[in-house]
Design a binder for this molecule. Sequence first.
Ligand code: NAP
Ligand code: ZN
Length: 353
Amino acid sequence: MPTVHAYAAQNASSPLAPFQIERREVGEGDVQLEILYSGVCHSDIHQARSEWGPALYPMVPGHEIVGRVTAVGERVGRFQVGDLAGVGVMVDSCQHCDSCAEGLEQYCENGHTTTYNSREKPSGNLTFGGYSTSIVVREEFVLSVPGSLDLKAVAPLLCAGITMYSPLRNWKIGPGHRIGVVGLGGLGHMGIKLAAAMGAEVTLFTTSASKADDALRLGAHHVVVSSDRAAMKSARSSFDFILSTVPTSHDLNPYLGTLRREGHLVIVGAIDPVGVHGGVLIAQRRSVAGSNIGGLAETQEMLDFCARHGIVADIELIAMQDINAAYERMVKNDVKYRFVIDMASLKGEQAAD
Ligand code: NAP
Ligand code: ZN
């Protein structure tokens, strides 16, 4: 099996460090990519540190992957060597349950396989993500990347972009809707761009007053600083839909109170909501829902939507060797608005070995 250079966490408290992994041989239905860029999602930190429960180690995180096709299996029809391609959060699913049949592989009833922190079927081998120089993925889970966009800023679309796009589409957000996005980070800044492009009136709820100008530049129409009680009060009962990207447990009630009758608050962080008050829900038939990334067809639709609207992420490009510092900065809410790793830095390290 080909040996590939990567960065891995060996346990929940170890920093990421150079590590050699083995990728499978290119099977008849597989696509092999040379990884050019890999985005850094807050989920990478949650999992590398076992914040969602015991994780699988060694772990090579990374599920916002953009690369160039270097080999294809004989049954592969959609890709050729040299094509640009992307891989997101999933690399496999059963392909026959009702959810898969509906293009909702993220809700596969037999459990999808995630790009890392998971086990390949049927081999049982660990999956390894994008903090590496190459990856082999079955064709169905590889996306076509539009060449018209800035490639390094496309990488975050594969998770942050689709995680915002899918709920906006599912709840049919468009012109005439007033929506809120909570948190201006990797996901939130994509949520603003996408919702504004869909024609909604967008308000950012933020804990960081200093991000207000950026939010307006990214396409938000209004900004509410969530610690400003007067501003939260005047926002009461005014939103059709709120998309919350907050990565830690917090009180949802103040946000729920800003929903109109029958409004929805959709959370994407795997958090324990603090004491959601039934009264706030029943008073206006409001609801709280969750949403997980998006299916493959919808992810391709999102990439094509972004190409048509010229949407990419606002990124800070880093070297692989800077990943631990980048994690610390993300935890301190110091990133505008997504770190993306330039994989040329890892190839350089390999050459110097
Ligand atoms: P991120 O870049 O760190 O952004 C999170 C933002 O939330 C911060 O920029 C900050 O915005 C706000 N925030 C942080 N701590 C907060 C607190 N204690 N209270 C209120 N607001 C706070 O993270 P991300 O990569 O966007 O990911 C966000 C969450 O979504 C993570 O938990 C991640 O695991 C999850 N996620 C879910 C899915 C899914 O499919 N469901 C996919 C990807 C990621 P302000 O400064 O504006 O307040
Ligand atoms: Zn992610």
